[in-house]
Design a protein around this ligand. Structure first.
Ligand code: COA
Length: 390
């Protein structure tokens, strides 16, 4: 028996845990590909609905397929009254991500228990791709209704019902603000949704796959994934980025703020990445949309001056590049969304990737259960002591 200490890959860094056909980072260019297509190209030429279809079905839709798909999405936007009532009772002191997590869990509880016969080894008894695609589409259609209603609830406003004459992105603006902005703003928003949709075995997707691997259901997997995405090292970073900008009113504030933050061992949100070490390939596309948006207002121009300065300073002092959350935080702010709504918007998009991975995990399931190296107290005897009640 070997007594050599096992090699620990903390944070599973560098571990290849399974195969996937959903997305990959091209090893030569660093470009993220969804089902083989470069994501910047998808962002430049597709609507978000087409990309969602691609992520789930593996191919871009034909016009006829897209028509059926978008009609199904529009028809599924309304949420059950009992859910709306339950969410309205949640305290305003909670995070909107808690509301979303509760909502998905509640929607799962409305489904009858699945009674699955045991299948052969390696098969997931709940593997019904058609049914899971239906559930995924239903969640994807309902999440914007829930996110918009929650932003309005926090503003003391009544919810606005979905409008089936509007596409996914336009309808979300309508439900949040009662109006749809011009095409440049809608396009910038849609780019963010496309860029956020999928990213391999990131923490929330891996969470969804772990939950699925125990033969649990799709709603449980998405509920867990929302919990993982909430943290500021993951999806919560887009909100944390904006919190940083709220502390920096001018570019000259950057050096002292950065020195203080780094001296305390703090992290600057929106910088660094577990996988991209020479820059996040999604940033230039999002940055282009941010530039267009920012030049439309004085607030935007001032924000960009601070943004550029912090980006330069991080590269000089830490050699770190921004990740997608760095431009996305300011993009959502300039579009008029409240800061606590940013990560819920990420959920509206990433639910496509999560559920594609749930379906993939079910198709080739193996329980995900790593080992640990024990570093606790060595074996010892329980001391003699009086039995309870004696
Ligand atoms: N600000 C300051 N220092 C950072 C940093 C950041 N944003 N990101 C990484 N570092 C530093 C770490 O402090 C560490 O320094 P050390 O070796 O001197 O201790 C080194 O870089 C490695 O960081 P580590 O956290 O171990 O790398 P990782 O690959 O595990 O982390 C992230 C990746 C994303 C968790 C990390 O970069 C981070 O926390 N970024 C901020 C949160 C964020 O933007 N998340 C969204 C990701 S898309």
């Amino acid at each position: 028996m070997s007594t050599a200490a096992p090699e620990i890959k903390r944070g599973l860094a560098g571990v290849v845990a399974d195969t996937t056909a959903v997305s990959v980072i091209d090893e030569h260019t660093g470009t993220l590909l969804y089902r083989g297509y470069p994501v910047p190209e998808l962002a430049a030429s597709c609507r978000f609905e087409e990309v969602a279809y691609l992520i789930w079905h593996g191919e871009l839709p034909t016009p006829a397929q897209l028509k059926i798909f978008t009609a199904a999405e529009r028809a599924a936007r309304r949420v059950p009254r009992e859910l709306t009532d339950a969410l309205a009772r949640l305290p305003l002191t909670c995070d909107p991500m808690d509301v979303l997590r509760t909502a998905v869990s509640y929607l799962g509880a409305l489904e009858p228990v699945d009674e699955h016969p045991a299948g052969p080894p390696g098969t997931h008894p709940g593997a019904d791709e058609g049914l899971d695609l239906e559930k995924s589409l239903s969640l994807w259609a309902k999440l914007p209704t829930i996110v918009a209603a929650e932003q309005r609830r926090r503003r003391g406003q009544a919810p606005i019902a979905p409008d089936i004459s509007l596409a996914f992105a336009e309808n979300f603006f309508h439900m949040c603000f009662g109006s749809v902005p011009d095409a440049e703003v809608v396009c910038g928003f849609e780019i963010s949704l496309i860029l956020y949709a999928e990213h391999g075995f990131n923490a929330s997707t891996f969470t969804a796959r772990v939950i699925t691997s125990t033969l649990s259901d799709l709603y449980s997997a998405v509920t867990g994934a929302i919990g993982a995405l909430k943290g500021p090292l993951h999806g919560g970073a887009n909100e944390a980025v904006m919190a940083t900008f709220e502390q920096l009113s001018a570019p000259d504030d950057v050096p002292a703020w950065l020195a203080g933050t780094l001296a305390e061992g703090g992290k600057v949100m929106g910088f660094g990445h577990r996988v991209y070490k020479h820059g996040d390939s999604r940033v230039p596309t999002m940055q282009g949309a941010l530039d267009d948006l920012a030049r439309r207002s004085e607030e935007g121009r001032q924000l960009m001056a601070v943004y550029d300065r912090l980006q330069r300073a991080m590269l000089e002092s830490k050699g770190l590049y921004p990740n997608l959350d760095y431009p996305t935080g300011p993009v959502y702010h300039l579009m008029g969304f409240d800061r606590p709504t940013f990560t819920p918007i990420f959920v509206m998009s990433r639910v496509t990737g999560w559920t594609a991975h749930v379906i993939e995990q079910k198709a080739h399931n193996a329980l995900i259960r790593p080992l640990s190296a024990y570093v606790g107290t060595s074996r010892r005897a329980v001391p003699d002591r009086p039995l309870p009640g004696q």
